[in-house]
Structures are given as structure tokens and as C-alpha cells.
Design a protein around this ligand. Structure first.
Ligand SMILES: [Zn+2]
Length: 1052
């Protein structure tokens, strides 16, 4: 696997004439490094299965059944033509003959897509390649990159494997070498950056969408772009291939589980530009209607197999920076004057002195001779230890004695101990989560920052980190956890009008030193409060008290809450008002006007204190007001409406444990710099910003799961001979109390051509930015307007492509032509319109606000799944599905498209949207399947326990396959942990979630996918013919959206 040794090896065979060619000649193992296998899958043929009959036992149900003669392993209808995916050879469970014809059965309440094809009769869907090679790119003396390449150099032409450009290229042995040799040019000493211009054949057709056309006046809906097919291809591709970040390939599909090799350019896991070819001017950008933005997840956790982020210490000198614009040293700075000066890649200032400690002679190519030993010149993302001027400067007595510039992290658990928390079991679940976080076995599985103490104690928490435990009902209770005590001493703070800290000594302790005291307390907390049972929590006083405990050091509050805090000063009231749903006033429910709550949030930012909430309400809880504190401080709200103790406790405990241990920085400040000619216009995410125009954002806390978006605009013209550069710098305190700056550098080509911008657009980033922007507007604009603006944006982008890129290619005007890079874009936009945050109809404000704040912080992968879930059929798996392949990777069955038309009778599906994991079971499911999955005695749906959250461990192949798949899905999760929830057809409320998850169908107050494409296409045609008047509008919201056009960014 990748290690530092490999990193150095990348430069060993450099062409002496090309300082950047080190990645051109990579060691052999670099080219086809497979993703590491997820460990621990139960193997097929493992001893436990000896003597077990393998699969097709479901074909013999115990009693005669209408499905039994169908050779079905699970009691299925007759095999027939599979719409998608191609049926497995031995799958006897083919879907209905015509999934889009009249439904063969009534599927209670669902709306299959059937019948809608007629509406497509005038429409000709065609996904096609991006235009032809532009000669405009033939420029001499290009300083940094060269876009001209023959198609063959990118593997275009007939040998190009049928992968989407989003999944990179297949780096066959020899291929990379050929490609890179062709790029080495004496005229381009700086080497080339991606992307490069590829020939018309570079964009291969997707098998799932190529050749889509009208036949007999009808469209085959099966051939519209398929998200599951694109994902499955991407996953498959990156099992045998890595993603080298300077490969000039479009970044991988976020769901592809790729391994990135950092070659000067930051990994797409950390930084994604909406376009990897940036237009020279605002005019060209406006023609594309795409946002120019960067989605950044600065602390994203490297995948197993990826190299850790190097931490560099330049001592008192600090990392070298541009004197003029303060950009940090990075691989794209050029050293001149014999190595004594360097030129900035952002502002081009040429006269930066190289400090004598940092001097190195340069070789004939102009590169520093020591560059291969300098990670800051070789890697896109590095971390610098910062000198004293960046240390935390608050209160003269600080910074602390250990000399790293900040305090080791302090955690304060603030536990709701009211009647509701006790009755619903969330107090017990919270306590279990804390115990797991501090002392559980899983807390040590993945020791990233921890160590082993001198006394042999394994500790995942870095030395110096401390914890405190408080509880609250209508009072706040502190606990003295001093290790010398036999048991914790509770100190009640009855004065909630003016909360204060009753004592200092023993409030924060080392959890390993005080283990017996803490464990005793956790053991007794639930039973202690059983006798008190105060119904009303005084949350704001509790938060104020917690803040005063952390005021001087900063830190993190992990707070549970089970009910609306109706006690004490600044208590909240039930202000949910269903009568204003759907009106202009609805947005008032999404924010808080309570000054005290906003003030506490502001003070927490000042102190560097973040809050994560774990909410388990049974009714309205005013998530808008309470969650505001979490969102402003860079925290997160975990929301469990309808918390069921037996089913949800494990999930809550797991997620609490995760928030405690995930990589977290605090007292953080982020600044993004960009090339001359561009400027930062806005940030979108969960953080604190002092003013609208502020160039920096502050995070009390920022963790590995959080991403933000930064918007740019042109304030000048970019030089097409140079690249566009971006650098994000996050100054923060690590858990162990060290002040550092994490720098990530991204580079993009500069182009004068609209088609290049679109060709190199990154669908995941565009969606992430649009979702964040839309979520940011929820408190200002009515939802109807936001939906209108999203629709408008989708039409504008696709129409612009049609107008500027594909009109000259001889495509009939009646065809809908989608850019290859944004092929699934329209489906994702539809899914965005259907998500809880934005959908029409009645949705409680708690759910909407929760969705909005999640959207603002989600990683690219989480957003994809949240919008369009992964649906995996498990009733017709091949024998080797769900088991590890020889490479160690789990073989997955092809995912199902999110439409009920594809759901098979008797079928069973895992539905993963990154938040929940449903197991949907058709009412006609085979009894044999149920017994194999759940055990003896469970041969009908009614016998299953609706509160189960995991599968039993059985000695059947099916059970092992499904548990393996669930384990795989769990390995893909970020902040939300996997917990199984049953959705039995006709029995469970969770079936409603399943229905909503089928986003290709008409539901959630929106159209079906096919209807949506018809709709979008209609407006594109109007736009093309110049007949579309914006004020006639798409839906009701469009005229208002047009009215927002003057606001920044330009499409609002
Ligand atoms: Zn500069």
C-alpha cells in the first residue's frame, strides 16, 4: 500500500529537464494499485458453511405457492426481459416484462413510471460527446500546461474502456507512460496540469445511455442516464485503479471509493472544483451558467491505502509565504534567481526572498534540487506547524505551558436527564455512547491520535485531553470526577438565572485516570434520575454553564436533548404553525429571533467551543433555534424523531462515539486564496462569518465529515497561458493542542472555450455548491422560489450546453443532449427538489431545518446518497455476490434504479441513503428467504420484530451475504452510522421512507424522472428558439427567481 517510501520513489526517475515530470515515471505498483479490501468479510465456503446447501433453496417453498413453478429461488414471477441491469445468468427472478408499460399489479400507492412514455413522443433523448477539438488551444510557450493532446494520449479511440470520464481512466501498464511522455515538452518546463484537451472520442458513451433515441415515437425510459449504473461502473473501475491527482482526468465519482495519490494537486476527497477548466472571463463563465466554486472538506479522512497528510515544522521561521498575498509555499511556486527568490503562483509577485534556512540551489530545469525531500513542494495537501504569532491569544495567562500553541481538547458531555429522556431511553443510550467512546473496545480499533501511556493504558484520546460530565433537567448538575474520590460528587447549580461554575478542581479530568469514578457515575446516572423525573429541561442555562466551563480553553460540548426546553430564562415555546406551511411566512420557522440563543452561539465562537446535539424528541423541539447553536459553531445535530429505544439506541451510541473520536480541529479560521483575476465572493456552510463580505470564516469546531463551499467570480481576466490556482488554508488547534495550518492546493486549466468548461465540470461539486446555496437561502426566500431557482438553474446549464457546445454538431433540434460530464445532473436536481429541505407539501419545520443544515455541511459522497439512495436487491443474488473476491473486495449485486417499476414481486432490498438503512420486504417474499435471513421460526413478515436493528448471525449463505453487504455500506459512512430498519410492505411506517426514496417516480410533490426530462427539455427548446420568457416561468416560482437575478451569486 501507499506509504512515504512510495512518495519519494515517485521522483526517482525524473527527467532532469522537467521538474514536474516526477509523476510521469511512476514505479510499477503505482499504476494499478487496487483499493484496499474491506477487512473481515465472512468468506463464502468458510467452515461455517460446510455442509450447507448453497443457494437455490428458495425455489422450494414449503407449501405450494403461485410462484413455486417459476424456478425462483425466492418465489418470484416468471423470468422475463430485465430492464436493468442485465439479468444475471442464473437469476430466475427477472423483472416484469415491460416495466414501463401498464403496471402488472397494483402496488399500493406507488406510482410506477408506466404510461409516461407517451409524453416523450416528441422528444429525442440523446446523450452525446462533447464537440470537437478546438484548435484555439494550440498555443506556443504555454507556461504551465498544454491542453493540446491527441485523443490517443488519453486513451481515446476504440481502445478506451467504456468508463465515464468521471471515473478516471484505466491505467493499463504502459498507458500512463505513453500518455506522459507525449506531454513532456521542452517548451513547457513547468510540466502540464490537467485537464488536457482530448479528442472527440475521449468521452466514451455510457452503456446505459448511448444510442438513446426515439423508436416508434416513444422514448425508452430505461435508456435515460442511470445513476446506479454510473456508480456501479465507477466502483468497479476503482477496484483496480488509483486516481493520481495530476492525471488530468476528471475527478472520480464521489461514490466510487477511489484511492487518490496526491501529486501536488489536492485529492478530490478534500477539494473539488465545479470546473477543472476555468474560463478566462466572466462572460465565458456566464455563458455556461455553471457556478465557479470550490467544495472543500479540509479535514477529510484519508482512505486506508492513501498516504497520511505530512506535518511540517519550519520552526520559528514558519512556512514560507508570499510577501504580497500571503499564499503559503506550495508546489506551484517557481524558484528563480538561482533559488534565492520565488514567484507566487497566485499573485505572480516575483520578488519573494527565500529565507537562508530554506535555500536550495536549482537545477537546470529550474526546479529546486531538494524538491523530492520537500513534501510542501510535492503534495497538494500538507500541514504546517505554525510559529507563535498564530497561537491562541486570549487571556494573558495563555497559551498553555506545553508550548504547542493551544490547549488539548476538552470535552463536556451535557446530558438531558429529564423525564422524557428517561422514559424514551435516550438517557441510557447517551450514557452507553459515552461509555463506548471512553472505554469501549471499538474506541481503540482505529487509533489515529492516541497512544499507549507509560502505565500501559491504551488511550485513543491524545495526552492532555480532558472530559467533564454534566446533567440537566430544570437545574444543572456538575460532577467532581477527581480520581482520588471513591465516587463522583454531584454539585447542583440551582441558580439558572445566572449560571456559574461551582468548582474547578475535578471538573475536567483525564478519563483514564478517573476511569473508576466515571464508570461508576455512568452506571448510576439512569437510575438516579428515575426518582426525580423533572419534565422540563432548562437547556440554555445548561449551555451557558457549559460555556463558562470551557470559556478559557475552548473545546466541545456533546449535548443530548429529548424535549422542547420549556424551563428557565429564554425557554422556547411551541411555535410550529402548520397554517403557514407553503406561505411566505414559512421561512420564519427556519430561523430563530431569540437573541439569547444567538448570543450564546456568538460567545461560543469567540471561545472556540462547538456543540453537537443528539436530539430524540417525540414532538416539535424547535430545531431551528437550538440547532442554530450547533450550526454556528461548526457542530452537528443528530436528529432521531420517533426514537425507539430498542431500535435506535445502538445508532445513537455509535454516532456519539464517532463524534467524540473523529478528527476535529477547533478555534479554526479558514481563508481561501485564488489566482489574480478571480476573487472569493461567498462561503456556504455551517460556520460563523463576521460580515457578509468577510474574507475569512470561523469554525469553533470543524471535523473530518464537514465540507464547505467557496464561490468565486472574475474581477479581471485570466491568462489562458497560465493555470488557475486555489489554496485553502485552515488554521486550527488539533485535539492534542497543537496550532497548525492545513493547506490544500488545487490547480485548474484556463480556457476561452465554453465547451471545455462544461467538459471538465465536476457534477458532484456543482451539486454540492447548488445544494449549499439553496439551503443558505431557506431563511430568506420562500421555498417555492428556491425550487424555482433550482429548476431554472438546471435548465440554464443544460440549455447553455445545447446552445454553445452541441448545436453545431448536426444534432436534430428535437434532441435533448446532455453533456457527458453532467449526465446525471438533471436527475440529481430533481432529487434535490424532492429532498426534505426543499420539497413541496407539508413537512415539519424541524425536519426541514435539519435537512437544510445537513445539506450545508455534507461531503460529496453523503450528498449523492442523500439525494439518490443506493438500492441493492438481495433476493436474487448470485452465489458469489456479497462475498469477497480474490482481490479482497466485496462483490456487490448491481444496484436498482430508484423507481418502483424496478421493484420485483417478492423482492427484498437494502436501501441506503447515507442516513438510514432500510430493509424493504415485498409482501409476497418467499418464506424460505425469510428463514435464511432471520432464522427458524421467521417464515412470514408478521413474525419479524419491527424493532430489530441488525441481522442475527446465522449459518446460511444469504445471511452472511447480506451482513457482508451491510458491513460494506457501513464502511462508506461518514457521520451517520449504519443501523438496519425494517420496512415490510403493508406493515411498517418506514415503508413511507422507502416510497420517498424512490426518487425516479412521481412523488414528494414532484414529477417522475421521465416527466422531469420532458419538462426540462421543453424549456431548453424554448430557450434555444428564443421563445422562453423567464417571467412566464417554470412552475410558479420562476418569475420570483428571475427577480433575484441581481443578487450574488448571479443566479439568485
Ligand atoms: Zn502572492
Amino acid at each position: 500500500m501507499a506509504d512515504m517510501g512510495m512518495f519519494h520513489a515517485l521522483g526517482q526517475n525524473d527527467d532532469p529537464n522537467d521538474p514536474n515530470s516526477r509523476h510521469n515515471v511512476a514505479p510499477p505498483h503505482f499504476r494499478a494499485q487496487p483499493a484496499p479490501p474491506p477487512a473481515g468479510y465472512q468468506q463464502a465456503g468458510a467452515p461455517s458453511f460446510v455442509g450447507q446447501q448453497p443457494q437455490p433453496q428458495y425455489g422450494l417453498p414449503p407449501q405450494p405457492s403461485p410462484y413455486q413453478q417459476q424456478q425462483s429461488p425466492h418465489g418470484a414471477p416468471p423470468p422475463s426481459i430485465s430492464p436493468y441491469p442485465p439479468p444475471q445468468q442464473h437469476s430466475p427472478y427477472g423483472p416484469p416484462q415491460n416495466a414501463y408499460g401498464p403496471p402488472q399489479q397494483q402496488h399500493g400507492g406507488y406510482d410506477p413510471v408506466g404510461g409516461l412514455a407517451q409524453q416523450m413522443s416528441q422528444v429525442d433523448l440523446m446523450s452525446q460527446q462533447v464537440g470537437t477539438v478546438s484548435k484555439a488551444f494550440k498555443k506556443k510557450g504555454r507556461a504551465y500546461h498544454q491542453l493540446d493532446q491527441s485523443p490517443d494520449a488519453m486513451g481515446g479511440g476504440p481502445n478506451m474502456p467504456p468508463f465515464s470520464p468521471n471515473v478516471g481512466d484505466n491505467l493499463q501498464p504502459g498507458f500512463l507512460m505513453h500518455q506522459q511522455q507525449s506531454m513532456v515538452s521542452p517548451m513547457t518546463p513547468g510540466g502540464t496540469q490537467f485537464p488536457m484537451q482530448a479528442g472527440p472520442n475521449f468521452m466514451p458513451q455510457h452503456p446505459g445511455s448511448s444510442g438513446v433515441s426515439s423508436t416508434g415515437g416513444k422514448i425508452d425510459p430505461l435508456l435515460i442516464p442511470s445513476i446506479p449504473a454510473a456508480r456501479d461502473r465507477a466502483i468497479e473501475h476503482f477496484r483496480t485503479t488509483v486516481f493520481p491527482t495530476n492525471s488530468r482526468l476528471a475527478p472520480p465519482n464521489a461514490s466510487s471509493d477511489f484511492i487518490a495519490i496526491d501529486q501536488q494537486n489536492a485529492s478530490p476527497r478534500i477539494c473539488r472544483l465545479t470546473m477543472n477548466a476555468v474560463p478566462t472571463t466572466a462572460e465565458v463563465l456566464n455563458m455556461t451558467h455553471l457556478p465557479l466554486a470550490l467544495q472543500i472538506q479540509p479535514l477529510a479522512k484519508p482512505k486506508p491505502g492513501e498516504e497520511p497528510i505530512p506535518v511540517l515544522d519550519f520552526g520559528e521561521m514558519g512556512p514560507p509565504r508570499c510577501r504580497r498575498c500571503r499564499t503559503y509555499i506550495n508546489p506551484f511556486m517557481t524558484f528563480v534567481a538561482g533559488g534565492s527568490k520565488f514567484q507566487c503562483n497566485m499573485c505572480l509577485f516575483p520578488n519573494n526572498e527565500v529565507p537562508s534556512e530554506y535555500y536550495s540551489p536549482i537545477d537546470m530545469s529550474g526546479g529546486r534540487m531538494d524538491r523530492e525531500q520537500r513534501p510542501e513542494l510535492m503534495r497538494g495537501t500538507v500541514e504546517f506547524v505554525v510559529p507563535k504569532e498564530y497561537w491562541v491569544k486570549k487571556y494573558d495567562s495563555l497559551p498553555p505551558a506545553d508550548g504547542k500553541g493551544g490547549y488539548p481538547m476538552r470535552y463536556l458531555f451535557l446530558i438531558d436527564a429529564t423525564e422524557g429522556a428517561i422514559n424514551r431511553g435516550s438517557l441510557e443510550a447517551t450514557v452507553a455512547g459515552i461509555r463506548e467512546a471512553l472505554y469501549g473496545e471499538s474506541a481503540y480499533e482505529d487509533v489515529a491520535e492516541g497512544e499507549v501511556s507509560e502505565d500501559g493504558t491504551k488511550r485513543r484520546l491524545p495526552e492532555g485531553c480532558k472530559v467533564s460530565i454534566c446533567t440537566f433537567d430544570k437545574e444543572v448538575h456538575f460532577y467532581n470526577l477527581n480520581p482520588s474520590l471513591d465516587q463522583a460528587q454531584m454539585v447542583v447549580m440551582p441558580d439558572i438565572e445566572e449560571p456559574f461554575l461551582p468548582f474547578q478542581e475535578g471538573l475536567f479530568v483525564d478519563p483514564y485516570e478517573s476511569r473508576s469514578v466515571i464508570e461508576h457515575l455512568l452506571d448510576n446516572l439512569p437510575s438516579f434520575f428515575v426518582h426525580l423525573k423533572n419534565p422540563e429541561p432548562a437547556l440554555l442555562p445548561a449551555l451557558t454553564a457549559a460555556l463558562s466551563a470551557l470559556e478559557k480553553t475552548g473545546g466541545k460540548i456533546i449535548c443530548s436533548l429529548s424535549t422542547l426546553p420549556t424551563w428557565g430564562p429564554n425557554r422556547l415555546v411551541l411555535r410550529e404553525d402548520t397554517k403557514i406551511y407553503g406561505t411566505d411566512k414559512e421561512k420564519t420557522l427556519f430561523k430563530t429571533e431569540q437573541v439569547a440563543w444567538r448570543m450564546v452561539a456568538g460567545k461560543m465562537v469567540e471561545a472556540g467551543v462547538g456543540v453537537d446535539f443528539f436530539m430524540t424528541p417525540s414532538a416539535y423541539i424547535d430545531l431551528a433555534a437550538i440547532g442554530h447553536v450547533a450550526a454556528t459553531t461548526g457542530g452537528e445535530t443528530f436528529f432521531y424523531p420517533n426514537f425507539v429505544k430498542e431500535r435506535d439506541s445502538k445508532k445513537l451510541a455509535d454516532e456519539l462515539c464517532h463524534t467524540f473520536h473523529r478528527a476535529t480541529g477547533y478555534q479554526a479560521l479558514m481563508k481561501v486564496r485564488c489566482s489574480n483575476g478571480l476573487q472569493v465572493t461567498a462561503y456556504h456552510g455551517n460556520f460563523f462569518q463576521t460580515g457578509v463580505s468577510s474574507a475569512d470564516v470561523e469554525f469553533s469546531n470543524i471535523d473530518e465529515d464537514k465540507a464547505v463551499a467557496v464561490m468565486f467570480s472574475h474581477d479581471g481576466k485570466l491568462d489562458p497561458k497560465l493555470d488557475a490556482h486555489f489554496q485553502s488554508a485552515l488554521l486550527y488547534t488539533t485535539k492534542s493542542g497543537e496550532r497548525r495550518v492545513r493547506c490544500s492546493n488545487v490547480v485548474a486549466a484556463v480556457t476561452e472555450q465554453v465547451r471545455d468548461v462544461v467538459r471538465w465540470a465536476d457534477q458532484d461539486a456543482v451539486l454540492g455548491v447548488m445544494a449549499r446555496e439553496a439551503a443558505s437561502r431557506m431563511i430568506e426566500k420562500p421555498l417555492k422560489e428556491i425550487r424555482g431557482a433550482l429548476t431554472e438553474k438546471c435548465v440554464e446549464i443544460l440549455a447553455a450546453y445545447r446552445k454553445h457546445c452541441s448545436s453545431a454538431s448536426g444534432n436534430p433540434p428535437g434532441q435533448l443532449i446532455l453533456p457527458e460530464s453532467l449526465k446525471e445532473f438533471s436527475m440529481y436536481v430533481l432529487a434535490l427538489l424532492k429532498c426534505r429541505g426543499f420539497r413541496g407539501g407539508s413537512v415539519s419545520s424541524d425536519l426541514r431545518v435539519h435537512s437544510m443544515r445537513m445539506l450545508k455541511a455534507m461531503s460529496a459522497l453523503e450528498l449523492q446518497l442523500y439525494l439518490y439512495p443506493r438500492i441493492i436487491p438481495i433476493h436474487n443474488m448470485a452465489d458469489n455476490d456479497g462475498f469477497a473476491e480474490p482481490s479482497g473486495h466485496l462483490k456487490l449485486p448491481a444496484a436498482m434504479r430508484a423507481s418502483f417499476a424496478f421493484a420485483e414481486e417478492g423482492g427484498v432490498y437494502l436501501v441506503d441513503n447515507g442516513q438510514y438503512l432500510l430493509l424493504w420486504l415485498h409482501s409476497q417474499v418467499s418464506p424460505n428467504l425469510l428463514v435464511d435471513l432471520f432464522g427458524e421460526g421467521y417464515d412470514n413478515l408478521a413474525a419479524l420484530d419491527p424493532k430489530m436493528h441488525q441481522l442475527p448471525v446465522l449459518q446460511t449463505a444469504l445471511n452472511a451475504q447480506v451482513r457482508n453487504i451491510i458491513q460494506f455500506l457501513a464502511s462508506q459512512r461518514c457521520s451517520r452510522k449504519v443501523s438496519l430498519q425494517l420496512a415490510r410492505q403493508g406493515l411498517d411506517g418506514a415503508e413511507y421512507e422507502f416510497a420517498q426514496a424512490l426518487v425516479e417516480d412521481r412523488n414528494n410533490d414532484e414529477r417522475s424522472y421521465v416527466d422531469w426530462l420532458v419538462h426540462v427539455h421543453k424549456y431548453i427548446q424554448l430557450e434555444m428558439s428564443g421563445q422562453r420568457k423567464k417571467d412566464e416561468g417554470i412552475g410558479a416560482g420562476i418569475d420570483m427567481a428571475a427577480g433575484m437575478a441581481g443578487l450574488r451569486p448571479h443566479y439568485w
